[in-house]
Design a protein around this ligand. Sequence first.
Ligand code: SAH
Ligand code: AVI
Length: 352
Amino acid sequence: MARRRPLRRSGEKRHAVPYLARPPTAAVVSLDARAAALDELREGLARSPREIACKYLYDDRGSQLFEDITRLDEYFPTRTERGLLEQRGVEIVAAAGGAQVADVVELGSGAASKTVALLDAALQAGGRPRYVAVDISAHALQRTREILTAARPEVPVEPVLADYTRELHLPPKPEGSRRLALFLGGTIGNEEDAPAVRFLSRVRAHMEPLDFLLLGANLVTDPAAIHLAYNDPQGVTAEFNRNLLRNVNALAGSSFVPEDFDHHAPYVVEKRRIEMWLVARRALEIDLGSIGGKVRMRKGEGIRTEISRRFVRDDVLRIIDAAGFTPERWFESPDGRFGLALGKVRSSLRGF
Ligand code: SAH
Ligand code: AVI
């Protein structure tokens, strides 16, 4: 599509978070957040089995490694979702309000390369969308800004550096506009049902009647293909997984040695999910730095670092319904591997 002349509303603030010349390595964004992160890490590492939340995968290097993963032949979700957004973007935006969609808010935006298709659809509908990118990673937000500014200079970008599992502050909606919240990439599958519904309910609290949510979800497909997507022979996903320990070390001054751990990512058929683990190659004693204390691990003991669920359509519709969105439309890739649910804000919440 031809580029349009930059449109900017007068007096508009472009960035919710001022951009620093060199953005911080931002797994955490404040002292309070650091204390909360240390508590969360302590609690997760004391669990059986041990766990470290997947948001710690995304320091600067982790965000870059994720972008590398999305370009691997084996990792099909990104290109499947991109194809779906490109094919059905116009329909999606039309169903969400067409030209009135003036506030596109993406949670966990990453490099946001796929989002251009939706912004284009809003521009084509005659709208003037603003794009609000929320991410825990300053590196990801920087990439969002680079990609979007180069691709669609007419779309103002407002980056919000935030952990969306905690308090969520969004810039107010432009007067009279409709908000379209995006949660793409299948990231909803990185949570169990209850926290997924809690999170989407909090997003819903930032929305009004006539606003919409577009939720992307990985669907159940061939287990071998799913397995390969998380076990690429080049070892990029293994490096992404191990890098989480570098991020924890930087945050807490802990003494994890990433090379002491094997990447283990089986597709657990009965749970319909990939489980990503770091498994100790030998008996280890790890000093936890500011987290406090030490962890002793036996050879073969694991730390779970991520779940990545596969859904069927009704699972996804049930989740958005429970979070206060009435399912309006369902879009599925021709190969049935990826689905997008469009939900409209409902005024009453239903529990899960
Ligand atoms: N939506 C993009 C990126 C998916 S990767 C895509 O579809 O390709 C997940 C993204 O969510 C990363 O950019 C990561 O930094 C961000 N993220 C993960 N946990 C987060 C959290 N708790 N708060 C904010 N952003 C988070
Ligand atoms: C961000 N999230 C949806 C990705 C996934 O597939 O669950 C993260 C990822 N983990 C390993 N590879 C990619």
